[in-house]
Every structure is written in structure tokens, then in C-alpha cells.
Design a binder for this molecule. Structure first.
Ligand code: SF4
Length: 303
């Protein structure tokens, strides 16, 4: 990486962090006054949940809805109250218990692998340290941080795609169009209140999912209206991604129908409809297929 580029990144991080420091108090008070009555209630959010119980919630919540997991959570914990109980079960028993939320074979294998790892490495206990949690198979940084904050009581800022979107919009004037995860995590770490990290994380996750939505954000219901760069500069205009407008424009200019593009690119018609409607951001692999089918470079589609 050229030195000038490194210096540019470092300057962006410095200015974003100092802006986060300056706005921390207002960000926090706005969010915490919005939280009562607005945050969602799930069984894994009850106070006193252990790191093991949070780990199970994180594993179950991957690639399914919270409503589906909420129905299964308590019976699953009753059947498997510890990693030892999980390790004693066969994968087919686990898969049977996991059938209501789907992907049961993959989930059963992941849970059994993790349980065996915990037995061998930590006497079946879920470790409450960032490094050890990140090293557990089947969990990622997001889940590790959720377990730390909600199950271990250790301050950790949780950043998923929705939280990234909120922070990107609130600090819109300072951040590049596609901020690196590490940069967003720096800002999230700076904003995190250590004494109320749990309630703060719940509130930010919920506000991101319900108010600052990908399309049609509900600015009028948002406590960040007065400190949000995006709202201050765009008002009620919808955030439209460049990919969304580029794809639609290229397709129309070349008179390529949805069915034809879907067939040539090997992606579903629904995927293209969702991209053009701004309902989803495609994975790189999908972007490549679309670019190849349109005979343009990936950059042309993105920029
Ligand atoms: S004011 Fe609008 S864009 Fe800004 S954080 Fe709130 S909902 Fe999102």
C-alpha cells in the first residue's frame, strides 16, 4: 500500500474517531431515551443469561428468523443445558431437535463440533475472553462480541450490517462510500458506553433493524435526526445505492429484460429485482456474474 494511501486512511480514522468522541454524549442520550418501549423482547435477552445460553442463541440465530428461534430456544436449552449434554448427543438427535428452524443437518454438525471443542479445550465452559471466543469454531466476530456483552457482561460493541448502515449514515460526511468494517468498528468502539453496553447494544441493533432501514428509513421516528449527517444533507430523500441505479440504467440502455439477464448471469430474476429495488446488496460473486453477463467490469457496475 502506498504511503500516501496509508496516510489518507489513517486521517479518515482519526477524524471519524474524533467526530464519534464529540458526538458520543448526544448519540448515547438519544439512543437510550428511544430504547424504553421500542426494543424487542426475546428469551435470550433476559438478564442473567449465561455465556453458554448466549452462545446457543447465536448459533441458532444464524440464517433464520428470531421469531422461529424464540419458539425453539427454551425447549432446546432444557434438553441441552450444557456443552457436555450437547457433546453426549448424536448429530441426528441434534438435527431432530433443530428441524423447526431448518438447516438442521448443518446446524447439528456445527453445534456438535463446537461442543466437542469446548470439552477438549475448556472443560465444556464457554470462555469469556475476546480472543478465546473468536477462536471457537462456527462463531465469528459478531457472535463473539454478542456473547461477551450479553452473556459475560464485558463491554463489546456489536456491529452487524444494520448497525454499519446506521453509523455510516450518522457519520456520512466523514466516511468513504464503502467504509471498511475495521473503520466502522473503531467508531462503534468509541461510542460504546461501558456501564450500559448491554442495553446500548440491544437498542442500536433494534433501531438499525426497525428505524434506519435499508430502504425507506423512518427518519421521522429516529432519535438521531439532529445529529445524522445523512438526514441533515439528504432530508427525506431515499438513500439510493449507486449499484441499484447503475444496474437498472445499464439494463435499460441495452434493452435487456429481467428474464434475459437472469438467464445469462445465472442468478434469479428475484435477485435482480431486489437489487434494483434497493432491497439487497449482492455478494461479490453475484456482482461478478452480472458484470460478465453485461460485458462490463465489476467496477463499472459499482461506480
Ligand atoms: S435520521 Fe434517518 S438516516 Fe439518520 S440514522 Fe435516523 S433513520 Fe437513519
Amino acid at each position: 500500500m502506498a504511503n500516501s494511501h496509508k496516510a489518507e486512511i489513517s486521517a479518515t480514522i482519526d477524524s471519524a474517531i474524533s467526530a464519534a468522541n464529540r458526538r458520543q454524549r448526544r448519540f448515547l442520550s438519544s439512543l437510550m431515551s428511544w430504547a424504553p418501549g421500542n426494543t424487542r423482547i426475546y428469551p435470550w435477552r433476559e438478564s442473567g443469561r449465561t455465556a453458554y445460553e448466549l452462545m446457543i442463541a447465536e448459533l441458532l440465530l444464524k440464517r433464520t428468523t428470531a421469531a422461529a428461534v424464540a419458539r425453539l430456544y427454551e425447549p432446546f436449552l432444557k434438553e441441552y443445558p450444557s456443552a457436555t449434554h450437547l457433546a453426549m448427543a448424536t448429530e441426528s438427535q441434534l438435527a431432530h431437535n433443530l428441524t423447526p428452524i431448518g438447516l438442521q443437518t448443518q446446524r447439528a454438525k456445527a453445534i456438535a463440533d463446537l461442543a466437542r471443542h469446548l470439552i477438549e479445550s475448556n472443560s465444556g465452559n464457554v470462555p469469556c475472553s475476546p480472543q478465546s471466543l473468536s477462536n471457537l469454531p462456527g462463531l465469528g466476530e459478531y457472535s463473539a462480541r454478542a456473547i461477551l456483552s450479553f452473556g459475560c457482561g464485558i463491554p463489546a460493541a456489536i456491529v452487524d450490517a444494520n448497525v454499519t448502515r446506521v453509523l455510516h449514515r450518522v457519520f456520512w460526511a466523514l466516511l468513504p462510500p464503502r467504509p471498511a468494517h475495521s473503520l466502522v468498528q473503531f467508531i462503534a468502539d468509541t461510542l460504546l458506553p461501558y456501564d450500559s453496553h448491554r442495553e446500548y447494544n440491544f437498542a442500536l441493533l433494534d433501531l438499525a433493524a426497525m428505524v434506519c432501514r435499508y430502504i425507506e428509513p423512518r427518519h421521522e421516528n429516529c432519535p438521531f435526526k439532529l445529529i445524522c449527517d445523512f438526514y441533515q444533507s439528504h432530508g427525506d430523500r431515499q438513500p439510493v445505492s449507486r449499484l441499484q441505479t447503475r444496474l437498472r440504467a445499464i439494463r435499460r440502455k441495452r434493452k435487456i429484460g429481467l428474464v434475459e439477464l437472469a438467464s445469462n448471469a445465472g442468478v434469479s430474476k428475484l435477485t435482480i429485482i431486489n437489487i434494483e429495488a434497493g432491497r439487497t446488496s449482492p455478494r461479490l460473486e453475484t456482482l461478478r456474474k452480472l458484470a460478465t453477463a453485461l460485458e462490463i467490469s465489476e467496477e463499472q457496475l459499482k461506480d
